[in-house]
Design a protein around this ligand. Structure first.
Ligand SMILES: [Zn+2]
Length: 323
């Protein structure tokens, strides 16, 4: 309990209790404090509009850094796009041309994504545009890589096929003919050695002593090795696939059996004069899809241009065939 104070009142000549001004003091104090708090609040509020807090500064730095990184990523994407464009260009203009595949249309390579907006969840932010553009770019890049990868898979298959096609097609001379003088008669109209009548000679004749080795001119499977075809005597037919067959006639001896797989250059038989033949020689034919074609066009790769011309000269002479 606080003390009760009195004062002497001259007018009434009596002691009177001093009324405490506690309430008034408290009121003023409270008012002052409220005012101070209010102004402090206003000050801080206004100041915060112009002055950044350390935390804000840190966040701002981080955001700037993120933006910078995004821009750098875009630059890198630009480089990746350029590299991919170069690969696509080579793919279309070299590889696909070489392997006889149609180029992939630009629209297909550059196709974006239609339909629903894939980037809706990225909208509504300050950096939305930058982020959406980057995402779009990366998505397209990804899609282009898939298209390119598929194209190269296709090329790889075509290359393998071409390789086996090239190995299969008859492409070497079936007997050793280094000075090319063994080429006795070519494909075309020739005088028949027996009747002397001018008629079509469907192959090439290579003269050689009896027993000279005969080689498979391409990879394939021996379809026949018998003498049951009139005129050819002992003969071999090799099926090379892709519509190609080669035929070797008037053999002295076989070195392969029916259904045997052979590689280009394998020894398949020996020169003889069986069947309708005037002297020991190899009669050689090439069939494409059942039709006989001129074997002269099949020695690419094994002859130089000069040798080829010499062979062509020999083969073009309209002489008498050996049949
Ligand atoms: Zn012939």
């Amino acid at each position: 309990m606080s003390k009760v104070k009195y004062y002497y009142d001259k007018e009434s000549l009596s002691y009177r209790k001093i009324e405490r001004k506690k309430r008034t003091t408290f009121k003023y104090a409270t008012l002052f404090m409220l005012a101070a708090a209010f102004f402090a609040f206003i000050f801080v509020f206004i100041a915060s509009q112009y002055v950044e807090s350390p935390k804000e500064r840190a966040l701002k730095r981080e955001l700037q850094n993120a933006q910078l990184q995004f821009e750098l990523l875009n630059k890198k994407m630009e480089q990746a796009e350029a590299v991919l464009a170069n690969i696509a260009d080579r793919d279309n203009n070299i590889y696909r041309v070489y392997f006889e595949a149609n180029p992939i249309p630009e629209e297909q390579r550059r196709a974006g994504f239609g339909g629903i907006n894939r980037y809706k969840n990225l909208e509504g932010f300050d950096n939305s545009k930058l982020i959406i553009e980057s995402n779009k770019r990366l998505d397209i890049l990804q899609k282009q890589i898939v298209v390119q990868s598929k194209s190269l898979d296709e090329i790889a298959i075509l290359a393998k096929e071409k390789e086996s096609l090239l190995a299969a097609i008859p492409a070497i001379q079936p007997v050793s003919n280094e000075d090319l003088t063994r080429m006795a008669s070519g494909y075309g109209m020739r005088s028949d050695p027996f009747t002397k009548v001018r008629k079509m000679h469907w192959g090439m004749d290579f003269t050689a002593p009896r027993g000279t080795p005969i080689y498979a001119s391409g990879d394939g499977v021996v379809e026949r090795a018998d003498s049951n075809s009139s005129g050819y005597g002992k003969h071999i037919r090799i099926n090379h696939g892709y519509g190609y067959t080669s035929l070797y006639a008037h053999l002295y001896k076989y070195n392969v059996r029916k259904n045997q797989k052979v590689k280009r250059g394998d020894l398949i038989g020996f020169v003889g004069s069986t069947g309708r033949s005037e002297a020991p020689h190899l009669h050689y034919e090439i069939f494409k899809d059942g039709d006989r074609i001129n074997p002269i066009n099949f020695y690419y790769g094994s002859l130089t241009a000069e040798e080829f011309n010499k062979l062509l000269e020999h083969a073009s002479l309209e002489n008498q065939s050996l049949d």
